[in-house]
Design a protein around this ligand. Structure first.
Ligand SMILES: Nc1nc2c(ncn2[C@@H]2O[C@H](COP(=O)(O)OP(=O)(O)OP(=O)(O)O)[C@@H](O)[C@H]2O)c(=O)[nH]1
Ligand SMILES: [Mg+2]
Length: 199
């Protein structure tokens, strides 16, 4: 049983793939059928880090605007945030700025290192509307880290959750050892780190 708990709030435009990423993380697969989240869904899973187990409490919020009033409530007690957009949908990337404003307003004092921007659906490279460089530059400008993921394949799914939790467990901004070694590997461009600011 893990003593340490970490509350992660998933935000982002509707259909960006938040619930699919959570499913892929929890079960290793996702359903292709779209079933929009109604309000918010809660899940939990223990992640084993070098410093010990951490019980992850995942709050998967609905991106549809009719539920937008709920998001601030969950951001208020977030210890970490996954901000997902769809790489094949320019409009969802444009909303990253609005979500960053929401985070700044409601997750008061949350260090930017505890926010990870995810460009999802990297498997649909031929339909991509946002380049890796542009998304990484925007994330760095906001002080956030950036990673490209695919819930379908899945690619980088476990890694993004582990990276985020490691930021909470080691708030000095250093990456957990497994991430450090991967940063030197050929897949390293998938994780771009923003400047390490403290709250
Ligand atoms: N090709 C591809 N499709 C994906 C991926 N992730 C999600 N999808 C599809 O995108 C659609 C939306 O996925 P959801 O996970 O329901 O999106 P959401 O962000 O939770 O949406 P809301 O609950 O409305 O906020 C579904 O049809 C998924 O099958 C991915 O990595 N690749
Ligand atoms: Mg959902």
């Amino acid at each position: 049983m893990a003593d340490r708990r970490c509350k992660v709030v998933c935000v982002g435009t509707t259909r960006a793939g938040k619930s699919s990423l959570v499913q892929a993380f929890l079960y290793g697969y996702m359903s292709r059928e779209y079933a929009g989240t109604v309000g918010v869904e809660f899940h939990s899973k223990t992640v084993f880090l070098p410093d010990g187990p951490v019980r992850l409490q995942l709050w998967d919020t609905a991106g549809h605007e009719r539920f937008s009033a709920l998001v601030p409530t969950y951001l208020k007690s977030a210890e970490a945030v996954l901000l997902t957009f769809d790489l094949t949908d320019r409009a969802s990337f444009d909303e990253v700025t609005q979500y960053a404003e929401l985070i700044a307003k409601h997750a008061v004092g949350l260090a930017p290192t505890r926010v990870l921007v995810l460009g999802n659906k990297s498997d649909l490279d031929d339909q991509r509307q946002v380049s890796h460089q542009e998304a990484a530059a925007k994330s760095i400008e906001l002080g956030y880290d950036y990673m490209e993921v695919s819930a379908t394949q899945p690619t980088n799914v476990v890694r993004c959750f582990r990276h985020l939790v490691a930021q909470v467990v080691a708030p000095d901004g250093r990456l957990e050892p497994t991430c450090m070694s991967r940063l030197r590997s050929p897949c390293s461009p998938s994780l771009i780190s923003g400047p390490k600011r403290r709250s």
